[in-house]
Ligand binder design. Structure first.
Ligand code: HEM
Length: 440
């Protein structure tokens, strides 16, 4: 399935507004510092699918949840609307350098092709065998955790170890056993990177808090960057190739967060876990060597992965900056430096396009004619996620494997998993469960 197919519905459900968007003062955005997702959604509810915000810096921000405009911005005009230099230079320059995510033009095309070729190689041979090994270890790890647990259990460490094994063994192709000291060191470096990237992004977004004490802000930020660089050095020691290193990092963070959310959602739907187990058994999953055709026989596990990515898209925002003047339609004349901001969660929870949008309902992805809005969890267009197919494959396999291994449900009294309001979603997904071993 291509990222474009994933985002199907983008053009179909378009709503054009020839009068041009509402113009909104930046003060209306104050709520985004408290609970960004809800605040952005409220802005759209009040002002329509597209609005223009004049920021104090003089820069203009175009917020949109209009599928037709999203398509124009991310697909048709992708070469003139690029990831903002600030985002790219501040965060990605430290972690991945000028590779796929942070380059444009001929360099990006070359790097992207390298990345695609590398990921294609994971579909067969030793890398597919390595993926199978990761799934078997996931099952063993989850079962060992349950046997050790007294009372409520947190599956997050199991999820994080699985994501680390996939990133290191399948994507980077490093045949590291879990007992290898380098495995632990790398796992820690990856987790540190995830945390520090989040903190750095938070601090940059809240720079205004340091307005009265800029030196303190600069010192805090420099410390974050130093820690991030140290973690990058640890990973670079074992994976010197910059594109493979970028893929390795991307393969750890987002699948790990999404899998953790999936297990949380399922904890409140034990009947789905039973169905997932039946589906995995019928596909004879992990009874012999893994082949990709088996994963096609896991449509429910795949739907759980997509529904989770819809409700908790780990990439919180898609942002682009106009290189020069361009028009995206009537009333949508952008100046150089204007930014277009799309919040996938807001698009995914728009009741005009998704029926009962806040309900966790994987079945909506099982019916080919089901009513669905645009799915932007993996982006759309030429700059969409290069690892989308790979990520869905890994998530489908992991969800089916945990369902084979365990029966679990939410701990009595545990709060339902809900968006914390942090931005982005890459947060520690805490979800205490009660679990027992399933019959293998
Ligand atoms: C649940 C898992 C994942 C999600 C939800 C996700 C989401 C995304 C999104 C939304 C984008 C586009 C951002 C934008 O338009 O600005 C993106 C780009 C990217 N992703 Fe993923 N991703 C996931 C897993 C992966 C994996 C496993 C890899 C690699 C193995 C990967 C590598 C990349 C790269 C290199 C880009 C930049 C593409 C480019 O600029 O051409 N991602 N991802």
């Amino acid at each position: 399935m291509t990222a474009w197919e994933l985002a199907q519905g983008v053009a179909a459900s378009s709503r054009d507004d020839a009068r041009g968007p509402a113009r909104v003062r930046w003060t209306s955005m104050a709520g985004v510092f408290v609970h960004p997702y809800r605040a952005y959604r409220r802005l759209h509810e009040r002002h329509g699918d597209t609005l223009r915000v004049a920021l104090p810096s003089g820069r203009r921000l175009w917020l949109t949840r209009d599928p037709a405009l999203i398509r124009r911005a991310l697909v048709e005009e992708h070469a003139r609307l690029i990831r903002p230099r600030a985002v790219v230079e501040d965060i990605f320059a430290v972690t991945v350098g000028a590779n796929i995510v942070a380059s444009n033009g001929a360099r990006w095309r070359r790097k992207r092709r390298e990345g695609e070729d590398h990921l294609r190689a994971t579909e067969a041979g030793p890398q597919l065998a390595a993926l199978e090994g990761c799934a078997r270890e996931l099952i063993a790890d989850a079962r060992a955790q349950v046997e050790r647990a007294r009372g409520a259990l947190d599956l997050l460490p199991v999820v994080e170890r699985f994501a680390a094994t996939v990133a290191l063994r399948v994507v980077a192709g490093l045949p590291l056993a879990r007992t290898d000291a380098r495995f632990e060191r790398l796992g820690e470096a990856l987790a540190l990177m995830m945390r520090e990237t989040q903190r750095l992004a938070d601090v940059r977004k809240r720079a205004f808090l340091f307005a009265a004490a800029p030196r303190l802000g600069a010192r805090y930020e420099a410390r974050r960057v130093r820690r991030l660089r140290r973690a990058v050095e640890v990973v670079a020691e074992v994976e010197p190739d910059p594109v493979r290193r970028e893929l390795l990092l991307a393969a750890y963070e987002n699948p790990s967060t999404t899998l953790a959310w999936a297990l949380c959602f399922l904890a409140r739907r034990p009947e789905l876990i039973t169905e997932l187990r039946a589906e995995a058994r019928a596909a004879a999953l992990l009874r012999g060597p893994l082949d990709l055709a088996q994963l096609d026989r896991l449509p429910l596990a795949n739907a759980v992965a997509r529904e989770t990515a819809r409700l908790r898209p780990p990439i919180a925002y898609l942002i682009r900056e106009a290189r020069d003047e361009l028009s995206l339609g009537p009333g949508l004349e952008l100046r150089a430096g204007d930014q277009v901001l799309i919040i996938p969660w807001v698009v995914h929870t728009d009741p005009a396009r998704w029926p009962a949008p806040e309900r966790f309902d994987p079945a909506r992805f099982l019916d080919p004619d089901g009513e669905r809005g645009p799915l932007l969890s993996f982006g759309v267009g030429p700059r969409s996620c290069v690892g989308a197919r790979f990520a869905l494959r890994v998530l489908t396999l992991a969800i089916a494997s945990v369902a084979l291994a365990l029966e679990w449900s939410a701990s009595p009294g545990a709060r339902a998993p809900s968006p914390s309001g942090r931005f982005p979603w890459s947060e520690k997904v805490r979800c205490p469960v009660r679990a027992r071993l399933a019959e293998l």
